[in-house]
Design a protein around this ligand. Structure first.
Ligand SMILES: Nc1ncnc2c1ncn2[C@@H]1O[C@H](COP(=O)(O)OP(=O)(O)OP(=O)(O)O)[C@@H](O)[C@H]1O
Length: 356
C-alpha cells in the first residue's frame, strides 16, 4: 500500500463571500498519477495554488511527507500554473537554466538539466529561440520543462494537456508516467476525462469546491448503475422496452447497451434477450469515467446559488476578487518561479464536450 506523500487536509478558501474550496481532503501517494477533475469554477486551481503556497488557505493544512509544507518543501515541488508563467522574451535554454538555478541547482547542473529536458521534450531545435516565438503547444512543452528542470520531488500541474496536439499529449503523458515511475507523486487537472481515465491511478472529482469522490475508476464505479452489453442478432429494435429498471443507452447493429437501475434483475434481461433467439454476448461493462463523472456531479452537485457555498464575511459576493497577495485577479500574478503570469498562456481546451 503506497504511503501518502502529499496530503491536503480540510482545506477551505473563500474569495470574498464566495467559497471556492470547502473542506478539501485527499492525498497523493508516492509514484502515483492523480487526476483532478471538475467543471469550470469547481475549485481545482484554487486547491493547487494552495498546495504550492501561491494562496494561503482560510483553514486546513497541506502536508508533505507528514509535515506541514514549508518553503523548503515547496522548493522541491514542480508546478505548472494555469496562467502559465514564462518570460516571453527569454530564450528557451536560458530560461530553463535560470529556473533551475532559481530552485537551487548549480550553474553546471542547471545547464545539464536544461539540455536534458529540452531534448526529452523535443525542444532542442528551439533552445536558442525566444519563448514568444514558439507555438502555444511548444510553449507548453517549455512550461513542462520549467516544472521539471530542478528534479522536483512532487509535481502539481494545472491543465498540462490543454491545447496540445496528439503527439505532444503522448510526450506529456509519457514524461508524467516516467516521473511517477520514479516515485514522484504527480497531480494534474484536466477536462479530458478519457485521457485521465487512461493515464491516472486515482481520480479526485471536485464539484462546488468540494471533493465529491476519490479513488480508482473501478472504485468510483462501485455505486454506479450497472451497464450491460447484450448482443442478440435476431432481436428487434425494442426487445428491451418495458423491462423494469432497464434503460437502453445505445444500439449499434445487434448490440444493445443497457443501464440497470439498482435492484433491476439482469436475469430477466437475459431471458428477454434469449426469447428473441441466440445471444452472442451478455457482458457487464464498467461505465467510462465521463459517465461516472456526470452521474456523480448530477447526484451530489452543489448548486451555484447554494447559500452554504457563501462564506459570511460581510463582503458582497464577487467583491474583492483578489489573490492573497492583495493584487486584483490577473494583475501581476506570479508563479512560484517568480515569472509573470499570462506569458505564454496556451489555448484552452476545457470542454469535455467531445467526450460527452
Ligand atoms: N482571484 C479570485 N477572486 C475571486 N474569485 C475567484 C478567484 N479565483 C477563483 N475564483 C472563484 O473561485 C471558484 C473556483 O475557481 P477555480 O479557478 O479554483 O476553479 P477551477 O476548478 O480551476 O476552474 P477551471 O476548470 O475553470 O479552471 C470559482 O467560483 C471562481 O470564480
Amino acid at each position: 500500500m503506497a504511503v501518502p506523500a502529499l496530503e491536503v487536509d480540510g482545506v477551505r478558501k473563500s474569495y470574498g463571500r464566495r467559497r471556492a474550496v470547502d473542506d478539501m481532503t485527499f492525498d497523493i501517494r508516492a509514484g502515483e498519477l492523480f487526476g483532478f477533475v471538475g467543471s469550470n469554477g469547481a475549485g481545482k486551481t484554487t486547491t493547487m495554488r494552495i498546495i504550492l503556497g501561491v494562496l494561503t488557505p482560510d483553514a486546513g493544512e497541506v502536508r508533505w511527507l507528514g509535515r506541514p509544507v514549508d518553503f523548503a518543501a515547496r522548493r522541491q515541488f514542480g508546478y505548472m500554473p494555469e496562467e502559465r508563467g514564462l518570460y516571453p522574451r527569454m530564450k528557451v535554454g536560458e530560461h530553463l537554466r535560470y529556473l533551475g538555478e532559481l530552485h537551487g541547482l548549480s550553474p553546471a547542473a542547471a545547464r545539464a538539466a536544461a539540455g536534458r529536458w529540452t531534448e526529452r521534450l523535443e525542444l532542442s531545435s528551439y533552445a536558442s529561440e525566444e519563448v514568444q516565438n514558439l507555438s502555444l503547444g511548444n510553449q507548453q512543452r517549455v512550461q513542462l520543462a520549467a516544472a521539471l528542470v530542478h528534479g522536483p520531488k512532487a509535481l502539481v500541474l494545472d491543465e498540462p494537456f490543454s491545447g496540445l496536439d496528439p503527439v505532444a499529449v503522448d510526450v506529456m503523458r509519457d514524461v508524467l508516467a516516467e516521473r511517477a515511475a520514479d516515485g514522484v507523486p504527480v497531480m494534474f487537472s484536466s477536462h479530458q476525462l478519457s485521457l485521465v481515465e487512461r493515464v491516472c491511478d486515482r481520480v479526485g472529482i471536485v464539484d462546488g469546491g468540494r471533493l465529491i469522490a476519490c479513488g480508482t475508476v473501478e472504485e468510483l464505479s462501485e455505486n454506479a448503475d450497472r451497464r450491460l452489453l447484450v448482443d442478440a442478432p435476431e432481436a428487434g429494435e425494442d426487445w428491451a422496452a418495458g423491462l423494469a429498471g432497464v434503460e437502453v443507452v445505445s444500439r449499434e447493429g445487434s448490440r444493445t447497451r443497457l443501464r440497470l437501475a439498482k435492484g433491476a434483475d439482469d436475469q430477466r434481461v437475459l431471458h428477454a434477450a434469449l426469447a428473441t433467439g441466440p445471444v452472442a454476448a451478455f457482458v457487464t461493462e464498467r461505465p467510462p469515467l465521463t459517465e461516472l463523472y456526470r452521474d456523480l456531479v448530477t447526484r451530489t452537485g452543489v448548486p451555484e446559488e447554494d447559500p452554504a457555498r457563501t462564506a459570511d464575511t460581510g463582503a458582497p459576493a464577487g467583491a474583492g476578487r483578489t489573490t492573497d497577495t492583495g493584487a486584483p485577479a490577473g494583475a501581476g500574478r506570479t508563479t512560484d518561479t517568480g515569472a509573470p503570469a499570462g506569458a505564454g498562456r496556451t489555448a484552452d481546451n476545457r470542454a469535455e464536450g467531445g467526450e460527452r
